[in-house]
Design a protein around this ligand. Structure first.
Ligand SMILES: NC(=O)c1ccc[n+]([C@@H]2O[C@H](COP(=O)([O-])OP(=O)(O)OC[C@H]3O[C@@H](n4cnc5c(N)ncnc54)[C@H](O)[C@@H]3O)[C@@H](O)[C@H]2O)c1
Length: 363
């Protein structure tokens, strides 16, 4: 489907970015340039399946570094940018908002400025083919009451430092289209889950805590509602929007899978009971405990994904039940990946990549 020769993916060592890169390498002929700073959330071990592919490249840099980003554009000559690099964890944004403003706002601004200068100098055919696709979240719309869905024309109402920084970046992207004509696309997606998710987000935290026999902490009464999408379905949707979306448009992406946090945790416990019949921890639901709710916790998110279905023919392939089962099975079968994350040894892979790069430059 993709006619892009080279795609820069920012944040490609993260949870969704690595799924996007696996999809692009597996399903297209594009060369994929992974631009990632490798913060705590970046893990090159999530890209082990594609690392040796001749169409995969890795560039370790901070998207706030204008000169470094410009140099990467000049060297790789991308036809498209899929921008996922971000600080992404709401709890961390409450404890330390500054880096969220730096990466999500200043980093996006920097990328936009580099992309604008690069795009303006392209010859006409390449110029008309170029796309800048900004990946965002449904959290920019704020919190919903018991009824209603987020549509693309909903006013923004961000409530956390994370969602405010993402909302700011969405506005910048939109403005760079309206002011300068940069050919942008924006997608706003609901909560993702699936393999390779860093164990700070709800689903992997619950799976790994339950396996270890630890308490399963749930904020408040667990009645906050999120709309869940399997990460590989998101990756397919992003590629579709990048390839066929209308320039300047926003597309909401969601799986029509609204669940309370308590329902999610109970489902994980049920799957673990089934997949680990000999575990002395059964029933895993007995590990559930309730903790003080977090500040500014949005009550409900739910996406109306009608537009992307109607205009681009996308629909998710996983139900919440099938996707959650895949996810629990993946964590059961990929202990080495998450044990190295929990022990911190995955950071060594980042250092090795850096050493390898220095050596290559030295040759
Ligand atoms: N996870 C979700 O449920 C979800 C839902 C909707 C939208 N999103 C958006 O999708 C994108 C990816 O989310 P994720 O969950 O994969 O995030 P993640 O935290 O797993 O990964 C973020 C990646 O960005 C990199 N990064 C961070 N700061 C950087 C910088 N200054 N320069 C270069 N690279 C940097 C990190 O090293 C990491 O590899 C984000 O923009 C997020 O807002 C996430």
């Amino acid at each position: 489907m993709s006619s892009f020769g080279t795609i820069v993916v920012t944040g490609g060592a993260g949870f969704i970015g690595s799924a996007v890169i696996r999809h692009l390498i597996g399903s297209t002929m594009a060369t994929v340039v992974n631009v990632d700073k490798l913060t705590y959330a970046g893990n090159l071990e999530s890209l082990a399946d594609v690392a040796d592919n001749p169409r995969y490249r890795f560039e370790r840099l901070d998207i706030c570094d204008f000169d470094a980003v410009r140099e990467v554009f000049a060297r790789h000559r991308p036809d498209a940018v899929l921008h996922l690099a971000a600080e992404s964890h709401v709890d961390r944004s409450i404890d330390g908002p500054r880096v969220f403003v730096e990466t999500n706002v200043v980093g996006t601004y920097t990328l936009l400025e580099v992309a604008r200068a690069y795009w303006q100098d392209l010859e006409p055919t390449a110029k008309s083919r170029f796309r800048f696709h900004h990946v965002s979240t449904d959290e920019v719309y704020g919190s919903l009451p018991a009824e209603g869905l987020f549509t693309e024309d909903m006013p923004y109402h961000p409530n956390s430092p994370y969602s405010a920084s993402k909302a700011s970046s969405d506005h910048l992207v939109r403005a760079w289209h309206h002011t300068y004509g940069l050919p942008v696309l924006i997608t706003n997606c609901s909560n993702n889950y699936g393999p390779y998710q860093f164990p700070e987000k709800l689903i992997p935290v619950v799976i790994l805590s339950a396996l270890a026999g630890k308490q399963l902490p749930i904020y408040g009464t667990g009645d906050n509602v999120r709309d869940w999408l399997y990460v590989d379905d998101h990756a397919v949707a992003l590629h579709l929007v990048l390839s066929r979306g209308t320039i300047g448009e926003t597309y909401n992406i969601g799986g029509h899978n609204e669940r309370t946090n308590l329902e999610v945790v109970r489902s994980i416990c049920g799957i673990l009971d089934e997949l680990c019949p000999d575990s002395p921890l059964r029933p895993h639901a007995s590990l559930i405990s309730f903790v003080t709710d977090r500040l500014g916790h949005d009550k409900r998110y739910a996406i109306d994904a009608t537009k992307i279905g109607r205009d681009l023919g996308w629909k998710p392939s996983e139900t919440f039940e099938s996707g959650l089962r895949n996810t629990v099975e993946w964590y059961l079968n990929n202990r080495v990946w998450w044990e190295r994350v929990l022990s911190g040894s995955y950071r060594q892979t980042a250092n090795d990549a850096e050493i390898g790069k220095t050596r290559r430059h030295a040759v």
